[in-house]
Design a protein around this ligand. Sequence first.
Ligand code: DDH
Length: 307
Amino acid sequence: MPQNAPAPGVAPTAEQLEPVKAAVRALLHQPEYDDGSAGPVLVRLAWHSAGTYCKETNTGGSNGAGMRYEKEGGDPANAGLQHARAFLEPIKSQFPFISYADLWTVAATVAVAEMGGPSVPWQGGRTDYVDDAKVPPRGRLPDGAQGADHLRFIFYRMGFNDQEIVALSGAHNLGRCHGDRSGFEGKWVNNPTRFSNQYFKLLLKFEGEWKKTTLANGLQQFVYVDEDLAGAEEGEEKEEGLMMLPTDMSLISDPKFRAWVEKYAADQDLFFRDFAAVFAKLLELGIRRDAEGRVVNDDNVEDGYRS
Ligand code: DDH
C-alpha cells in the first residue's frame, strides 16, 4: 500500500482530495478532443461504472471499477470510455492513494461543477476489488434505440423512479454521440460542454419538428436541422444540427416522464437540485458503508481481482 494511503474502504480526507480535484479541473480543457472538453466523457464514465447496478442481486455499481477489465470494459455499451479512463490515468499515477472507483466518480462531480452544473455530493472509500462472480452481465446499460418501457426496465432495476429517470437523462445536455462508439451521431444541445436544462427545453421546443432519420448503419435517431438553428441561444455559434435518441424522445411521448420534462424545462434550479441528488444516489449504488462511512467489501481488501 502506498504511503499515506487511507486503509481499504476509508475515504480520502478533504486535504488529500483537493489536489486530485484540482488535477481533474486542470485536464478538462482538451482543445484537440471533441468539443474541447474531457468533461462529458468523464461524466459518462462515472454513469456507466455505476449504472450496472441491480438492487435484487446487489451486483454492479461503481465499487471495484470493474470496467478496467475486459469482461465489463468490453461491453459494446462502454465503447469510447477508454478515452475517459486514459484522461484520468496520469492523475491515478500522481495520486496512487485514490482508488480508480473513487477517481472515476469524483472526476464526474468535478466535471459537472466545472461545466456550470450543480455541486453533487460525493463520498469516497470505494475500493478496486473485483469479484469475478459479481461482475455484472452485459446488457445492463440502456439501449438508445428503445423506448419508455425499456427505460423503466433498466432504471427501476437500479431503484430509480420516473422523476429520477428524467432528471438523470438531463445529463444529455452534455457531450455527443459518436458514430464509431454507439453508432448514433451528433449532440443534443448547441453548447455541449455547458451544463444546463437546454436539453429539456429543446425536446419540447422542437416537438413535431424532430425528424426520424435512418443512419447508414441502420440505426434510427431524431434530428432537427434549421438554417438559423433556432436552438442556438443568443451569442452561440450556429452550426451542425441537433439530435435526440429514441429513448430521449420517449421522455416527451410518455405522459409520466413528460410531466418532469416540462418541470425541468421551466425551472433550471429545480433540475439542478434534482440532478445533484439523483447523480449522488447513482454513484452510491451498491456501496455498503459501516457506521463510520467506511466502505465494506466482503473481503475488505483494497485492490485485486478474484476469479
Ligand atoms: Fe447517455 N448516451 N444515455 N446518459 N450520455 C450517450 C452519451 C452520453 C443513453 C445513451 C447514450 C444517460 C442516459 C442514457 C451521457 C450521460 C448519461 C450516447 C452516445 C448514447 C448512445 C455515446 C457515444 O457514441 O459516444 C441512453 C439510452 C440513456 C437512457 O436510457 C436514459 C445518463 C443517465 C447519463 C448520466 O450521466 C447521468 C453523457 C455525458 C454522454 C456524452 C458522452 C460523450 O462522450 O460526449
